[in-house]
Design a protein around this ligand. Structure first.
Ligand code: UDP
Length: 466
């Protein structure tokens, strides 16, 4: 075991996250997994949403100063921001790598084996090429949604894009079981920007030395098989990252989780609570917020609701909530700004997760065996929700208008109805597979082993280039 642990010893990996919560978390988890194999870890990152180095004293952190200010970042949507990063980080990253590689000339310094970048940071491919450093990609989303992203040009050619209201119920023939309404969209001032970003990062993934996935073979085997046919680079599905029990795994949260909700959960009955969270980016209108609040109140189930400040458009936090809303529920509802989500999903009192189906939330729910109420908003979320409801059958989609009566009905369906038992069995089955894949001989265990071998065999030509 000790020898196994040391395989990466004497090799440095440089990793770069995309600066969003749902991307930073899996990248740091991957870094920890590779650290446990003996690799030295350096994290390069934007100053905006920078990870907290004090949580990772075993890593070296390097901020790319001058790449992007907090003010610039706060003014734009996630697609535009990613575009800016792909332009503005080029020079600072080159400068950093040049310095790093020149220090490699010291006899006792550790050589860089490869660069691992979030898939959205497509600019890193040409920078790595220039420095002769092999580049691996981390895709923080699922393989099934990536397959849809990889089909964007085909979807456009066949007239599915731009998505037309009149065709929403039509099946997408090339991508069963998706319907047009499940295709990824991103509300942006420039609708074309999302399409271009996706095509660009897919192209650069194809030039990489391999793609690392926070998923597991048993969950997404059909998408992974198709991707292996279509892409000539190796695929490493080594997830679920958060289930590796490793020393040094600390919180990757950008916001401080409110632990008081665990004490509240301790007082609730077994599998009675609906946990509600729409992740770190999704925003809702005041009208939607009030329907959710009343739907939860009228459902008679206890609920824990994580509402990030800024979630409700036009409000700082909970201003639209009628005064005494929570008091009138007699302790049946609990609201926090940010929850310790993994701990919440693990808690025996939680019976369902009302989620926006970001990939991390979807995977975390599956891994804890928690049935989902799916309310996707943008990007890959609709595809994740479709897989959760129609393929894995571990949840139900809120498809009709977001209205309090509908909400009450769906909560009952997932918690108490005839379907509830079947959904629970399906999700428990996937939970078990997630546990098994990480054990010795399991799929993710074996893929991690090949990933380590691949990294050790990658030929870095850095000494020649610089
Ligand atoms: N999360 C959390 N507390 C909350 C809400 C979210 O810790 O109150 C975490 C959650 O566990 C997940 C991440 O934030 O790891 C959200 O990522 P996801 O991909 O689900 O959605 P995104 O925020 O990227 O839309």
């Amino acid at each position: 075991m000790e020898v196994e642990k040391q395989r990466g010893k004497g090799h440095k990996l440089v990793l770069m996250p995309s600066p969003f919560q749902g991307h930073i978390t899996p990248l740091l988890q991957l870094a920890n997994i590779l650290y446990s194999k003996g690799f030295s870890i350096t994290i390069v990152h934007t100053v905006f949403n920078s990870p907290d180095p004090s949580s990772y004293p075993h890593f070296t952190f390097h901020p790319l100063h001058g790449a992007l200010s907090e003010t610039e970042a706060s003014k734009v949507d996630a697609v535009h921001l990613t575009d800016i990063i792909n332009i503005k980080c080029v020079q600072p990253l080159k400068k950093f790598l040049a310095t790093l590689l020149s220090s490699q000339d010291d006899d006792d310094s550790v050589p860089v084996s490869c660069f691992i970048a979030d898939a959205a940071l497509y600019f890193t491919q040409s920078v790595c090429d220039e420095f002769g450093i092999p580049r691996l990609v981390l895709r923080t989303g699922g393989a099934s949604s990536f397959l849809v992203f990889a089909s964007f040009p085909l979807l456009r050619e066949k007239g599915y894009f731009p998505v037309q209201e009149s065709r929403l119920e039509e099946a997408v023939v090339d991508l069963p079981p998706l319907k047009v309404k499940d295709l990824p969209v991103f509300q942006s001032k420039e609708p074309e920007a999302f399409y271009k970003l996706v095509c660009r990062f897919i192209d650069e993934c194809k030039k990489s030395s391999g793609i690392i996935w926070n998923t597991y073979e048993e969950l997404e085997s059909s998408a992974l098989t198709k991707l292996r046919q279509d892409f000539s680079v190796p695929m490493y599905p080594i997830g679920p990252f958060h289930k590796y029990s490793l020393p040094g795994s600390t919180s990757t949260s950008l916001l401080t989780p409110d632990q008081s909700c665990i004490t509240w959960l301790d007082k609730q009955e077994h599998k009675s609570v609906v946990y509600v969270s729409f992740g770190s980016i999704v925003a809702i209108s005041e009208a939607e917020f009030l329907e959710i609040a009343w739907g939860l109140a009228n459902s008679n189930q206890p609920f824990l609701w994580a509402i990030r400040p800024g979630t409700i458009r036009g409000s700082e936090w909970l201003e639209p909530l009628p005064s005494e809303f929570l008091e009138n529920l007699g302790g049946r509802g609990y609201i926090v700004k940010w929850a310790p989500q993994e701990q919440v999903l693990k808690h025996p009192a939680v019976g369902a997760f009302w989620t926006h189906n970001g990939w991390n939330s979807t995977l975390e729910s599956v891994c804890e065996g928690v049935p989902m109420i799916c309310m996707p908003s943008f990007g890959d979320q609709k595809i994740n929700a479709k897989y959760a409801s129609d393929v894995w059958k571990v949840g139900v989609q809120l498809e009709n208008k977001l209205e309090r009566g509908e909400i009450e009905k769906i909560i009952r369906k997932v918690m108490l109805g005839d379907e509830a038992k079947e959904i629970r069995e399906n999700v428990m089955n996937l939970k078990e597979k997630a546990n098994l894949c990480l054990k010795e001989g399991g799929s993710s265990y074996c893929f991690l082993d090949s990933l380590v071998s691949e990294i050790l065999s990658l030929k870095s030509s850095t000494s020649k280039a610089h």
